[in-house]
Design a protein around this ligand. Structure first.
Ligand code: GDP
Ligand code: MN
Length: 397
């Protein structure tokens, strides 16, 4: 689960990570109130208006702007709230902005050398350990740094039993070229950041930039926080941080129905059991020259109710021009799945308005095919995997 910048920063703050402070608002009047309150709390005179969407690169897309007085806060907020923000990390249509964060300007005017660093905490899946990735080249996209100057990216792996050691925090501050008060500030920052990562069961922190001000404060100016979904049950209070407006509505509905669904760009709807077979099915569709519209693992039980729910979800995507059902009957018997498909189809009638290709293999596959063929429904029943993919191409052409 992804969090907004303002939510991530609030959590970091509770763990003692210094942050650029801000108050969120969902309209331009509220933005002005937020700015006034922020000045009362921090004394700031300038503000940064920051679009809150689940995508990075907002600055490049015009979603992060400096405001030097309350009038500018109002006009800029009015302009950003409601806009479709297009960044290098969104689709071409962009993401609708519902909220802005009114943040204190932490880049002091006339500051000769504000330093921006990059820092992330994430799981290194190869070693099974958390690591801190950091660089002196903050503020720009880390992908470019990785490509052009990979020697400027450092990593520090953390032993899961021992935790982050003080010498590791010092090494990070040293590699970032810090000394004196800034050095101490950075070791505190890194330690608090790592504690937060472990404490909330995060799967990713990305703080870009981490800012060192000219008076040697170290703080998080941005925060991308992803929580580990598998650990959410341990943090029930975080459920309210979920912003469904940021997610694909069909995925939200599918997940609520207990289906493992991921929307894609193609036109072939897929209904498959098992994640591995689903991946294989998508590959085969691609190889045959097609393009999958989704990944969908219906799981172990494929009864009529579940099949119908899956069909309805697949068909919500207007790009879908054909549906391929590819089910392997291991524990679940193919004839039961076939009966589920027939019942669902009969129940849905004209709601199924695209060709349906069904491949059922495994236990009772023969009975399943007979059942479908005898149903009189307009279903293309096939046996071989390749045949299924080719049939999809045939009905689409
Ligand atoms: P992103 O573009 O989505 O990564 O959003 P960020 O929160 O990283 O902000 C983008 C850029 O805005 C940063 O790299 C900074 O250069 C700039 N920025 C952020 N906060 C401030 C601020 O308080 N003052 C000034 N002058 N610039 C800021
Ligand atoms: Mn950033």
């Amino acid at each position: 689960m992804n969090l907004h910048e303002y939510q991530g920063k609030e959590i970091l703050n509770t763990f003692g990570v210094r942050i650029q402070r801000g108050i969120v608002a969902d309209n331009h009047k509220g933005a002005v109130d937020a700015a006034k309150q922020l000045t009362a709390e921090t004394g700031t005179e300038w503000y940064v208006v920051k679009a809150q969407v689940h995508a990075g690169g907002r600055g490049k897309g015009g979603g992060v702007k400096l405001a030097k007085n309350l009038e500018e806060v109002e006009t800029i907020s009015d302009q950003i709230i409601g806009m479709n923000l297009v960044t290098p990390q969104t689709s071409a249509e962009g993401k609708k902005v519902n909220q802005v964060l009114i943040a204190e300007d932490v880049y002091y005017p006339g500051d000769s050398e504000p330093e921006e660093y990059y820092m992330s905490v994430l799981l290194n899946r190869a070693t099974g350990r958390n690591m801190i990735m950091y660089s002196t080249e903050g503020g720009m996209d880390i992908e470019t740094v990785a490509e052009e100057t990979p020697h400027l990216i450092f990593t520090e792996e953390i032993d899961p039993l021992a935790g982050l050691q003080p010498f590791q925090a010092r090494k990070i501050a040293f590699n970032l070229g810090l000394s004196g008060a800034a050095f101490k500030e950075m070791t505190k920052f890194v330690t608090a950041l790592y504690n937060a990562y472990v404490g909330i069961d995060a799967s990713l922190f990305e703080i870009n930039p981490v800012l060192k001000t000219s008076d040697d404060k170290v703080l998080a100016v941005d925060a991308k926080v992803t929580l580990d979904d598998n650990a959410l049950y341990r943090h029930k209070n975080y459920a309210e941080l979920r912003d469904l407006r940021e997610e694909n509505p069909i995925e939200v509905e599918a997940n609520a129905a207990g289906l493992n669904y991921v929307a894609l760009d193609g036109n072939v709807g897929c209904m498959v059991n098992g994640a591995g077979l689903a991946m294989g099915t998508m590959d085969l569709i691609k190889q045959a020259g097609g393009d999958p519209a989704n990944f969908l693992d219906v799981g172990g039980t494929a009864d009529a109710k579940r099949v119908e729910t899956a069909f309805r979800i697949i068909l919500k995507d207007p790009k879908v021009k054909a549906i391929l059902v590819n089910i392997f009957g291991g524990i679940v018997r193919c004839d039961r799945v076939a009966q589920g498909i027939v019942d669902a189809y009969k129940n849905m009638g004209d709601d199924i308005n695209v060709p349906l290709i069904v491949r059922l293999q495994g236990t009772n596959a023969k009975e399943a095919k007979e059942l479908i063929d005898a149903s009189g429904l307009a279903v293309h029943s096939v046996v071989e995997f390749q045949e299924a993919a080719d049939k999809v191409q045939e009905v689409l052409s």
